[in-house]
Design a protein around this ligand. Structure first.
Ligand SMILES: [Zn+2]
Ligand SMILES: [Zn+2]
Length: 180
């Protein structure tokens, strides 16, 4: 028996249209452990984590269940340079197939999800929308100046007088005296 989640649809109810709301609490839970979320140091649960809405039509053809619709939402992650919060927006089309677990092909296909028993569970699909929305290195702005590597000050809002450390090998090349 598959575990209950709020994002399940019973096969006997197909075809159907469903709207699923994803609250902040769940977004925070789903993204726990991802570096760009953890770097925020957000409270747990985090009411600012994000949210989403899925509008999906579901229908069955034999044992195959097709889901098509849209997903809109947003989530908050840390800027990869200054660690300030960045809001990412999601506006995606959904088009996936649910297959009985034993029919799942071996090659990884993002558009195919397994189901078991009398219901399909859209939770993995919805979670994926948030995970895939996070770029490798999120930025608050393209021109973010980041943090000073010496003192940690946010260079977007303040300045410091730190000098970059001189690599001893470079200093030697320049004929500089290195204190030993
Ligand atoms: Zn930034
Ligand atoms: Zn500094």
């Amino acid at each position: 028996m598959a575990k209950e989640t709020p994002y399940q649809v019973l096969l006997r109810d197909l075809p159907t249209h469903r709207r699923f709301e994803v609250p902040a609490e769940r977004v925070g839970e789903w993204l726990k452990g991802l570096p760009m979320r953890d770097a925020l140091g957000a409270p747990d649960p985090d009411p600012q984590a994000g949210h989403g809405t899925a509008d999906v039509d579901l229908y069955a053809d034999g044992a195959h269940v097709f889901a098509a619709g849209s997903f809109r939402g947003e989530l908050m992650v840390a800027c990869s340079r200054c660690v300030n919060p960045v809001t990412l927006h999601i506006d995606e089309k959904l088009r996936v197939t649910f297959l009985p677990r034993h029919e799942i092909p071996d090659d990884e296909d993002l558009d195919v999800f397994p189901y078991e028993g009398e219901r399909v569970d859209l939770e993995p699909l919805l979670r994926e929308q948030f995970v895939l929305a996070i770029p490798f290195a999120p930025l608050c702005t393209e021109t973010c100046k980041g943090l000073c590597p010496q003192c940690g000050i946010d260079r977007n809002t303040a300045s410091c007088t730190c000098e970059p450390p001189i690599d001893p090998r470079l200093a030697a090349l320049r004929g500089l005296k290195i204190p030993s």
